[in-house]
Design a protein around this ligand. Structure first.
Ligand SMILES: [Zn+2]
Length: 104
């Protein structure tokens, strides 16, 4: 299975826990929040907010914030290729962890 993070993909490597796992997606929308009335709040129209999406890792509950098709939080995974499909799971997890920091 290809675990490269992609917009709206259900299973990918979490940039928090580095495990290939399932993510739930959430979408942002603008609305008035009565409790915050009178405070300095930046409202935007839906056309801008729709570019932001949040996925949540089911392994570590870490949130991933996307803008269009790119991860903006946490820092982006490296562009290293995925491990070979025949690689044992334990080794592929080590490979992914090493690949995630190789650009630092
Ligand atoms: Zn995670």
């Amino acid at each position: 299975m290809d675990y490269k993070p992609e917009l709206l993909k259900e299973n990918f490597v979490c940039p928090h826990c580095k495990i290939g796992t399932q993510h739930h997606w959430r979408f942002l929308a603008s609305q008035s929040i009565p409790e915050l009335e009178g405070q300095s709040i930046w409202y935007s129209d839906h056309s801008f907010l729709e570019h932001f999406k949040v996925s949540k890792c089911l392994n570590c509950s870490g949130p991933v914030i996307w803008f269009k098709d790119k991860i903006v939080f946490p820092t982006v995974l490296s562009e290293q290729p995925d491990p070979h499909s025949d690689m044992p799971k334990e080794i592929s997890e080590i490979y992914r962890e090493a690949a995630s920091i190789s650009s630092l």
